[in-house]
Design a protein. Sequence first.
Length: 365
Amino acid sequence: MITISLCMIVKDEEEVLARCLDSVKDIVDEIIIVDTGSTDRTVEIAKRYTDRIYHFPWTGSFSEARNHAFSYATMQYTLYLDADDVILEEDRKKFLELKKTLDPAVDSVSMYYNAGLDDHGNVTLRYRRNRLVKTSRRFQWRGDVHNYLEVSGYIINSDVAISHMKTRHKVGRNLQIYEKKIARGDVFTPRDYFYYGNELRENGRYQEAIEAYENNLKLTEGWIEDKIYACIYMADCYRHLGNMQKELTSLYRSFEYGKPRAEAVSRIGYCYFRKQDYRTAIFWYDLATRLPAESEQWSFSFPAYWTWYPHLHMCICYYRLGDYKKAYYHNEEARKYRPNDRHILQNKSLLEEKLQLKSDSEQQP
């Protein structure tokens, strides 16, 4: 069985740190905590789990802090988590089995990152990350923000998931890091432009976000998946700005970089839904249900766009077209994913009433 070092960087995480460490303490063989300047009880809580606590002055670079934490690892493999991550029970079992059976020749194990969950337990955002790496390879983190672990060699994909359970969003923190890079005159990579655009969009600066995404697309280099989502997110910006024509153009533009994604196709459906062109909207929503993300996909995937969301909208489309039977079918499909959603339950009651009335009228002589 392999041995594992958990390496974490933390700052002011008293709300969530114990929850994270409780979920992983019996999986790993040592816990290393690097604090970057906490002023709350974070360090005190960390001491309940480990005496391997170090201090590292914040430099504005997540990569520098993560690399510093990794430098203390002494076990065969290194695992990293953020303080607001947890390993849920089903995934703890999978992780322990992986630990027992992992071939020591493996250099890196990718795991799913469930970056969001809705109130019904559905994953709202998922992607893969190299999560467990061979310590002796001394892989390094790159990038000041939205950093990534640069790995090579023998890499396998597992079905273990790490779940992100944040309690608050640190609005503007990452945006400030990018703005400091601009002030220093740093040269942006395509990845920088993509994530800078994301930060601008999340902070409501839509026109600036569009410019950042366009800068990503202008560069021939860069990950093709980022370019697909640059088009999709640009469309979101145009929707907020009230420009549906450019919204649609941006969504169709994503097809230039790869096969259609449910995330783009459902959005196209929503454009026609807003136009009240319900039959065209149904075409696109139905297509979205047939385009789930592949299990080996590394880029972002938002399962709502091929599960409950298009079905719920097809329910409304068919209702407005007067086809209550098909509306009921699609509402039931949506209810499989959101069984307690009050809107879906209201639809169910309304449609059952409509179908009963129609049945009664058909039976009358």
